[in-house]
Design a binder for this molecule. Structure first.
Ligand code: ATP
Length: 344
C-alpha cells in the first residue's frame, strides 16, 4: 500500500509541529522517520495513523483520501515504545485481540483466530509462551508480542514509534535484525520512528530526516550518508567536523590560508564539512594542520583531536590505531571527501 502525505501541516494551538510536509511512502518499503526530539516524527506518524487530523493537507492511502477515515477504517498496525500489552490477558489472547473484537461479519471463526495467532507467535519466535502473561516476559519479548498483535489484523500499514527505545543496547541490536528479517518475509509497508541514526541506517530501505517540523532529506541510507542535502543532515547523520571557510577564485580558504580544495561553483562565506575517516595525511602549506590535543583508541581506529594552527577550531580525524603518525604531536591532513554549504 502506497501512503502519501501531501502538504501536511499540523498546528497545536497555532504552534506548527509540521510545516507543509510531503512524503511518498512506497508499497512494501521500510522507511525510518529520523530526527532529533521535537522534529515532528511522532506527529507525522500519528497523522498517518489517523490519531490526529491535519490542520491542512491530505493523507492518501493508495489513491484514496484517508484524511477523514478513522484509525479502524485505515486498518493500521501499531507498536509504540510503551504500548502496554493487556496485563490481564495471556500472550495468545493479546495477539488474538484485534481479530476477536472485529464486527461479527468480518470476524474469522475462533479456530481460525487461534491458528493465525499461533502462526504469528511462531513468526516472532515466541512459540510455547502463549499461556504466559505479559509480566512473565522480558521487555524484548513483550515488544515481539506487540508486533505479533499489530500484524494479526493484517494491517495495510505498520507504524512503529521507537519500539525498542526502552530496551538495552544489546537487545535493541538483536531486535533490529529480527525486525528486518520479519519485514523481508511479510513485506508490510512499514514506517519506523527513531532518533537513533544507527538503528535507522541499519534497518531502513529509506530514511526521512526531519528537523523542526520539516523534511530535510529523503533517500537511501547510502545517499543520505554520502550526499547530505544540508548542513543539518551532515551534522546529524554520522560524525563530522565543520569549519567556517571562504571561497575565492574557486579555492577554499580557512582564516586566509589557501587549502588544496577546489570549489569552482562557490563563492563567499561557506561551511566546510568532512568526516573523521575521510582524510589523508599530507604536508605543505595547503594542508590543514595543527597540534594533537587528544588521542583515544576506538576499536580498530585512533581518533585524534586536532587544534588547527590557522584558526582555533578543533576537528577530529581517524587513523588506523597502529599508524605511526598517531604518535606525532603535530599533524597535517586534507579531507578526501568533503562538502561545502553556504554559510548559514
Ligand atoms: P520525540 O523524539 O521527542 O518524540 P518527535 O520528533 O516525535 O519528538 P513530535 O512529538 O512530533 O516530535 O512533536 C513535534 C512538536 O509538536 C514538539 O514541539 C511538540 O512539543 C509539539 N507537540 C506534539 N504533540 C503536541 C500536542 N498534543 N499539543 C501541543 N504540542 C504538541
Amino acid at each position: 500500500m502506497n501512503v502519501r502525505a501531501e502538504k501536511v501541516r499540523k498546528e497545536f494551538d497555532r504552534f506548527p509541529a509540521l510545516h507543509d510536509v510531503s512524503l511518498d511512502i512506497h508499497s512494501g518499503e521500510l522507511i525510518a522517520l529520523l530526527g532529533p526530539s521535537g522534529s515532528g516524527k511522532t506527529t507525522l506518524l500519528r497523522l498517518i495513523a489517523g490519531l490526529e487530523r491535519p490542520t491542512s493537507g491530505r493523507i492518501l492511502f493508495g489513491d484514496e483520501d484517508a484524511s477523514d477515515k478513522s484509525v479502524q477504517e485505515r486498518n493500521i498496525g501499531f507498536v509504540f515504545q510503551h504500548y502496554a500489552l493487556f496485563r490481564h490477558m495471556n500472550i495468545l489472547e493479546n495477539v488474538s485481540f484485534g481479530l476477536k473484537v472485529r464486527p461479527r461479519a468480518k470476524r474469522p471463526a475462533a479456530a481460525e483466530i487461534r491458528r493465525r495467532a499461533m502462526e504469528l507467535l511462531d513468526l516472532v519466535q515466541l512459540s510455547g509462551l502463549e499461556k504466559r502473561f505479559p509480566s512473565q516476559l522480558s521487555g524484548g519479548q513483550r515488544q515481539r508480542v506487540a508486533l505479533a498483535r499489530a500484524l494479526a489484523i493484517e494491517p495495510r500499514v505498520l507504524l512503529l514509534d521507537e519500539p525498542f527505545g526502552a530496551l538495552d543496547a544489546q537487545v535493541r541490536r538483536e531486535l533490529r535484525k529480527w525486525l528486518r528479517e520479519i519485514h523481508d518475509r511479510t513485506g508490510h509497508t512499514t514506517v519506523f520512528v527513531t532518533h537513533d541514526q544507527e538503528e535507522a541506517l541499519e534497518l531502513a530501505d529509506r530514511l526521512c530526516v526531519m528537523s523542526q517540523g520539516r523534511i530535510e532529506q529523503v533517500g537511501t541510507p547510502d545517499a543520505v550518508y554520502d550526499t547530505p542535502a544540508s548542513p543539518f543532515v551532515f551534522g546529524f547523520i554520522g560524525e563530522s567536523s565543520r569549519l567556517p571557510v571562504t571561497v575565492e577564485n574557486g579555492g577554499v580558504q580557512l582564516a586566509g590560508q589557501k587549502l588544496d580544495l577546489a570549489a569552482p561553483d562557490a563563492t563567499g562565506a561557506g561551511q566546510l564539512f568532512f568526516r573523521p575517516h575521510d582524510v589523508e595525511l599530507v604536508e605543505g602549506n595547503t594542508a590543514l594542520g595543527g597540534a594533537v590535543v587528544a588521542s583515544r583508541r576506538v576499536g580498530g581506529t585512533r581518533r585524534l583531536e586536532i587544534e588547527l594552527s590557522h584558526s582555533s577550531h578543533r576537528v577530529e580525524i581517524d587513523l588506523p590505531f597502529d599508524h605511526p603518525a598517531a604518535e606525532r604531536s603535530r599533524i597535517g591532513f586534507r579531507p578526501r571527501r568533503w562538502r561545502l554549504y553556504p554559510a548559514s
